[in-house]
Design a protein around this ligand. Sequence first.
Ligand SMILES: CC(=O)N[C@H]1[C@@H](OP(=O)(O)OP(=O)(O)OC[C@H]2O[C@@H](n3ccc(=O)[nH]c3=O)[C@H](O)[C@@H]2O)O[C@H](CO)[C@@H](O)[C@@H]1O
Ligand SMILES: C=C(OP(=O)(O)O)C(=O)O
Length: 448
Amino acid sequence: MSPEADSSVLQIWGGHPLRGHVRISGAKNSALVIMAGALLCSGDCRIRNVPLLADVERMGQVLSALGLRLTRNSDILDVNAREISTSKAPYELVTQLRASFFAIGPILARMGIAQMPLPGGCAIGARPVDLHVRGLQAMGAEVQIEHGICNAYVPGSNGRLKGAKIYLDTPSVGATETLMMAATLADGETILENAAREPEVVDLANFCKSMGANIQGAGTSTITIVGVDKLHSTDYSIIPDRIETGTFLLAAAITRSELLLSPVAPDHLIPVIAKLRDIGVPIIEEASDCLRVLPVDKLKATDIDTLPHPGFPTDMQAPFMSLLTLAEGDSIINESVFENRLRHASELNRLGADIRVKGNTAFVRGVPMLSGAPVIGTDLRASAALVIAGLAAEGQTTIQGLNHLDRGYDRLDMKLQQLGAKIIRVNEASTDAELHKNNSNPPASVSI
Ligand SMILES: CC(=O)N[C@H]1[C@@H](OP(=O)(O)OP(=O)(O)OC[C@H]2O[C@@H](n3ccc(=O)[nH]c3=O)[C@H](O)[C@@H]2O)O[C@H](CO)[C@@H](O)[C@@H]1O
Ligand SMILES: C=C(OP(=O)(O)O)C(=O)O
């Protein structure tokens, strides 16, 4: 979707400290793929801790279009996949989010046939699906991409995929998840080599295991799956969102605030916490599921290389760049997972940052302050980066492109507002004359 698709904007008046406790929601990238995983189950799946996100809603629509019955009550989602009425996923929905494509694995495993449009998601690179396709082919599927649709079927009378030894050229999160789900109902043993080790892969494996799947090694580079005939009902709670957690750590750091965050999984954030401590952000593990960040004294520059887990996560690169714009000294950020994920740099420069981009590397020279301006979020984490920067920028920052932000953050503006940020969401039509008039002070209604 283009930024124009959402007419509301966020307005932030920076420089106000945050205070209090923030409740971290369930992980977007777990929720989406676990919803796809529910397609494997011939019973009922109760999924808990499901975040309120546009992507979750769209994934629900994809599953409904396939004939599943879904009921949501607060953060509990019940999915009934006893009957799958069609193997054809709807183009208009699948092209809006990446994870919907991963459902090709379970649909093929359950039905022996799947027609899946090529996916959407953040425009941060070419994002091919060749590893998904080659893996499914290795498991015996015939797969062809024609007119933007990936058509797959399993030849043979029983329609079951066959276990295979599959080496992934790159440890793709999505390909690991697609193939792991497909293998749970395949004939025999599948070994995924050079598999992704992200916490969301482990969460999906644990979800599948709770339905009776036989999976070993999730979280390491080699995952072994022995197919079973059927998977049964489950009641499963997804992990806290490590990227949302990291985003709030950055929000605290850039506003020099003290915040308490829970529930969190500090083990999933080791590279992010290490980098933050490195540059001078004091973070205390108050309990196994609770982090406290203390006010920063001085921020130092650092270098970052994004890598597959357990390296520094690409999804934290943009928001972290915002913090480094205000660090003392020069930082170098190298984005090595996606080939076009530095578009936020030019928007941060509108706010007074000093960033030069060459290829996949951003050279960030710390500046003493940022100043508010109108900016556009070009993808999900780029939008979050602008929110982080806006919290520190002097005066008013107006952010367009909220359709990206809402795909992956559970009510970010409301959570920040509750912590004391001066942030409001308004319809764009009402912003121009009235709200740009007074650049330095929020309207009275924003005072908390
Ligand atoms: C819904 C979801 O979980 N999204 C996450 C997932 O995306 P996603 O699963 O799409 O990311 P991948 O791990 O697959 O992509 C990593 C790299 O592998 C390449 N690649 C991937 C598949 C393939 O078949 N061929 C190929 O070349 C991609 O272009 C990219 O350069 O992991 C990314 C990397 O941590 C995160 O940024 C996304 O938030
Ligand atoms: C890139 C992301 O999401 P998606 O893979 O859904 O586009 C993200 O969550 O930062």
